[in-house]
Every structure is written in C-alpha cells, then in structure tokens.
Design a protein around this ligand. Structure first.
Ligand SMILES: [Zn+2]
Length: 607
C-alpha cells in the first residue's frame, strides 16, 4: 500500500474512533463487555422509582396508633349540570343526599370536592365512561386509630398545609407558640424513608444491559414504637377533662414517657383531616389554648416541688445535714400549714414548711467557706455560692434543653448571680431579695418535663436518662443512641436517699399529700405537693412523686391551673394514675375522685 493511502486510512480510523467516543459520551451509552459495541438505538433508557410508605406508629403494647392509607375525593364539574338523582342511585345514597352534601361545599372550596369511601370511588371508576365530567382523585393521608395523645403524635408539615395557612390567618401573634408538629415532625426523615430509583437500559426483549445513571438506594419508612401506654393516656386525658394543665408520667429507669397530657386536649385527626377546618378554627381561637403543648413548651415556677432540689443541693454543698432543725418562723416567710416545728429534713418535707426551706437556701447562699479569713466580703461569697447552686441545678437538666424527642422544647430558667447584678447592681441584692427561690417561686421556671425528670432523678438517686417517646425505631428494638445514655447529677446518691423518708411521710398521716396515699392497696408512694401562687386568680396545684417508693416504676408530675392547694387536687390525680399503672384498676374508695377531678370545683375545696 502506498504511504499516502495508509495515511488516509489512519486518518479515517482516527476520525471514526473520535466520532464513536464523542457519540458514546454524548449519549452516555455504557459499553457492556469488552470490544462489543452495539448501536445506541437498540436500547431504551428506563427509570423505575420506588416510593416508600410512611412508617407507622405503635404504642407500648404494639397496637397501631397511626398509619398512612388511601383516601378518595370526588371532584365536581364547575358550572355544569349534573344528574344528581342518577348519581345518588349509582352510589346507593338516599334521595337528595348529594344535594345535601354538596350544598355546603360549593360555597367555599373550588373545585368542589366530596369525600368518598373506597367502595364508592371504585363504583365511580367502573362507570367513568357514562360520567365523563366527574373525576375521582386518590391521595394518601394519615389515619389515626385513636382520639388521644394529639400533642405527642402531631403532624407532618406537608400534610398540614391547610391548618398552617389557617393558623397564620387566625392566630398570627401566638401562632409560633401553638405550632407543634409532635413526633410526626421530629422523626419525619425516618418516617418518610428515602425513595430509590433504578435506571436500567433495556433491549427490545426487555433485558437489562447496564444502567444509564447511578441507581439510588431505596430506604423504607421506619415504624416508630412508642413508650406511651394508650390505656393510661386515655385515662389521664379523661381525668383532666377540660381543665388546664399537664400530666407527665415516665419510667425512671429508662426515661420512657408513659403518659403525656396537655389539657385541654383535642382529636389528633382534626389538624390534618379534610373538611374539619371549622374545628381547627375553634381550636386556634380558644382562649384556653388547647394547641399549646404545655409540658414541653410552657415553663412555670415549680412551687414547693422545688424544695426537693434545694434540699439535695444544700446537702451536697454541706450547707445542712439531714438532722438540721429550723423553727417554723413565720416572720421570715409565711407557712400555709399549721404544724409543729420541723426537727429534721424528713419532718420539713412532710409539712412542706416554708420557713424551714427559707433557712435551707439561706444556708447555701450565705455559707462561708472555712478557708476564708475574717472579715469576709459577703457580696463575693454570695455570688460564689449562688453560682455553685446554679451549677448543681444545671446537672439536673434545668435551665437547659433536656432533649426530648419533640420539636421546640423550652429550656426553662435558673437565675445566675449575673441576672441579679444586671437587675439590682453588683452587691445591690442580698438573700432577702432572692429568698422566693427557696420555695420554687420567683424567677425560676421549669417545664413539666423537667419537673418529671427531677423526680426521676430522685427515684434513681442521682441520674436520669433523657425523657423520650420512641423506645424503638424500625426493627432495631432500640431508641436513638442519645436516649440510652445515663446522665449523672453532681449530687451524691446518699443525698437523694435522705429525701425519700420525708417524701414518704408527706403521704402519711398529717402529711400534705395524705390524700394520695395508696397504703390501702399496699403501694407506698413518695411525693411532694406544691401550690404555685398566681396573682391573676386561684393558685395552681402541683404534685410530683413516684411509686413504689423503694423500687420506683413510675414517676408522675401533675400541674392543674387554678385548682388551689396541690394536696387536694393534683396529689389525688397522680395517685389515680399510679394505681392505674401499677394495679390496672382503681379501688372503689377512689373511684369517686375521677368525676370530682374532672368536674368538681377544685379551688373551692382548697380554701
Ligand atoms: Zn412551717
């Protein structure tokens, strides 16, 4: 061959190869095998998408609480005559049922749509040729099998758009406080899963030859297994009725929440179901704010329940011993209870003596370290001691987010010396300025979850697991890793043990929480009542405790607004829950409390 011809051939070969390479690059055609190149048009690119089902939600006993299923809507033609009598016959509805149902709709929603059952939707689809103007739309929606635990279950934001618009319109200013997506929002990513896709290239025989894009991994929606005890939850919601307040019950050893009531409550389906806009509007405008998720989002002065924390910290800081005796001196602070002076901590807790705990916190704040020589700078000492006190409180999970698995939890508040410096000037405040802290009043604020958690710490004598609702994600059988960690407080376990005799005595004869005693059914309860002063009306009643006292299985914290003295309302309420959980039934002598708590005039009883 002539060199010129050879050159021409080489040029053609190079051109062809470049063209092929460019073509392959342009069409993204993979080359299966080695050396075999098939033309592009033999293949068809496909895309197969797998959409995961949203995970289901189960309760403690594995009964279904929420699942996703299909729903059907009939879209009606606009400005078109419809043979409604014939439609009624087809769907098996009574005469004029269609007119009755459509009358209300046509005015508000466009295009007008009617909810159908699965059978009705099926009938219409089979007859679609004779009804060309009608469209049946299928969509998937969350179905709730229960009418309880609304603030826990919550909603996914993409299912709740009508509600969110409505809320912005009706409750503008306070909407931020009312928005609570619950577990559906918190675990949205896990519940949703991740859609996956194959990108196969198939030939005319539908056989796969590689892929034209990277496949993405499909992840099914994970189910959530809650620690919530549905039976206990329903019972607690029933007792609270229309009152305002909260109940939180948890298992101290695991931090699992057994019952979580924010009262008044509502049906969880209302916020996402179609055609219930009127109920949503009423909820948004209700002055009692049923949509407010009280135990996690509302922080209040804890009242006398806080005396437990002050006592444990004072013992730890060496300010008092369990044998400390202080007179019930009402010139310091008034004591609502008539009682003999407390000769030790146990008696002080039994009578909930305000002057005693005034002295306890005073001993903490004015304690002079042995190392300091006289004369002492009392202002510096006060700063140092109050800071030490606040540091101890922080280890209880106060003034910080506990980390419960609900969105938008609030941290509460514990004042530091800097807070008072800012307000009164450095050295402008003394113990006399801040003594309200000794009885859980004043600047200090705790959420309901924090109050329940404090009791769990006492029950465990020094540690807690972050309270949580989901005890198992998917089939793993375990909660998220951070709900498996023990958090230890800075207070030794002996100092918590020293509180328990007084908490048991509070439920004994002459104690402030005598009504909550379950001694008649062989359960010893340990607890503390509280009455939170309220300048705007009747005082708020609280109780926090656990049972059985020696081996706690349940912690209950109750807060009832405007119910007066804690020992007369909140304590019996907690006792009912403990009995229900531990025995599964209520003794006849306490049965009558159920109605009284729900409807009785609690504040009246307190005076
Ligand atoms: Zn007293």
């Amino acid at each position: 061959m002539l060199p010129a011809n050879r050159k021409k051939l080489a040029a053609i070969v190079v051109l062809l190869l470049t063209g092929l390479a460019l073509g392959l690059w342009w069409w993204r055609v993979p080359v299966p095998g080695v050396g075999i190149v098939l033309p592009r048009d033999t293949y068809t690119p496909r895309r197969q998408v797998f959409r995961p089902h949203r995970g289901q939600i189960f309760d403690r006993k594995d009964s279904l609480l929420a699942s996703t299923g299909p729903r059907y809507l009939l879209l009606l033609p606009q400005r078109k005559w419809l043979d409604s009598a014939r439609l009624n016959r087809l769907l098996g509805w009574p005469d004029s049922a269609f007119e009755y149902r459509a009358r209300d709709l046509r005015r508000r929603e466009l295009p007008a749509q009617l909810a159908l059952t699965a059978a009705e939707a099926d009938t219409l689809r089979r007859h679609r040729r004779t009804w060309p103007g009608l469209t049946v739309r299928e969509y998937s929606a969350r179905n709730y099998t229960v009418h309880i635990a609304a603030p826990v279950l919550g909603y996914a934001y993409n299912n709740a758009q009508p509600f969110l618009y409505q809320a912005q319109r009706l409750a503008r200013g306070r909407f931020y406080r009312l928005r609570n997506g619950g577990l559906e929002t918190y675990y949205n990513a896990l519940l949703t899963g991740h859609r996956g896709a194959y990108h196969p290239l198939v030939d005319v025989l539908n056989q796969r030859h590689g892929t034209w894009a990277a496949d993405t991994v499909y992840q099914p929606g994970q189910d959530l297994h809650l620690s919530l005890d549905t039976e206990l939850q329903a019972y607690a919601e029933r007792i609270m009725g229309e009152r305002k307040g909260y109940i939180v019950a948890l298992e101290p050893a695991t931090g699992e929440i057994l019952c979580y009531v924010s009262a008044p409550t509502y049906d969880p389906a209302v916020l996402t179901a179609s055609g219930r806009g009127r109920e949503r509007g009423a909820l948004l405008l209700n002055p009692d704010m049923p949509l407010l998720n009280r135990p996690a989002l509302q922080a209040n002065p804890p009242g006398s329940v806080f005396k437990l924390v002050n006592a444990a910290v004072a013992l730890q800081l060496g300010a008092i011993t369990p044998l400390a005796a202080f007179r019930c001196d009402q010139s310091l602070i008034n004591c609502v209870h008539e009682h003999p002076s407390a000769r030790n901590l146990t008696q002080a807790l039994k009578y909930s003596c305000n002057p005693y705990f005034y002295r306890v916190l005073q001993a903490v704040v004015e304690q002079i370290p042995d190392s300091l020589a006289q004369p002492v700078d009392t202002c510096a000492v006060r700063h140092q001691n109050l800071a030490a006190w606040a540091r101890q409180l922080k280890s209880f999970g106060l003034d910080t987010l506990l980390g419960v698995d609900l969105p938008r939890e609030q941290p509460g508040f514990v004042p530091l010396p800097a807070y008072y410096d800012h307000r009164y000037g450095r050295c402008g405040w003394t113990y006399r300025t801040i003594y309200s802290l000794s009885i859980g009043q004043g600047e200090i604020n705790l959420t309901g979850l924090q109050t329940a958690n404090v009791l769990a710490i006492v029950a465990n004598r020094g540690w807690y697991v972050t309270p949580h609702f989901v005890r198992a994600v998917g089939s793993s059988g375990v909660p998220l890793p951070r709900f498996q960690v023990k958090h230890h407080t800075l207070v030794d376990s002996a100092n918590f043990a020293a509180l328990i005799p007084g908490m048991v005595a509070a439920l004994g004869h002459g104690g402030t929480a005598e009504l909550a005693s379950l001694a008649d059914v062989g359960i010893s309860v340990a607890g503390k009542t509280g009455t939170v002063q309220n300048d705007e009306g009747d005082d708020h009643a609280t109780f926090a405790g656990f049972a059985p006292a020696n081996q706690p299985r349940i912690v209950v914290a109750v807060y009832i607004e405007n119910a007066g003295f804690g020992g007369l309302s909140a304590a019996p309420c907690a006792a009912l829950l403990m009995e229900k959980y531990l025995r599964g039934k209520i003794a006849p002598k306490r049965k009558r409390w159920e109605n009284w708590l729900r409807c009785g005039n609690l504040a009246e009883q307190g005076h």
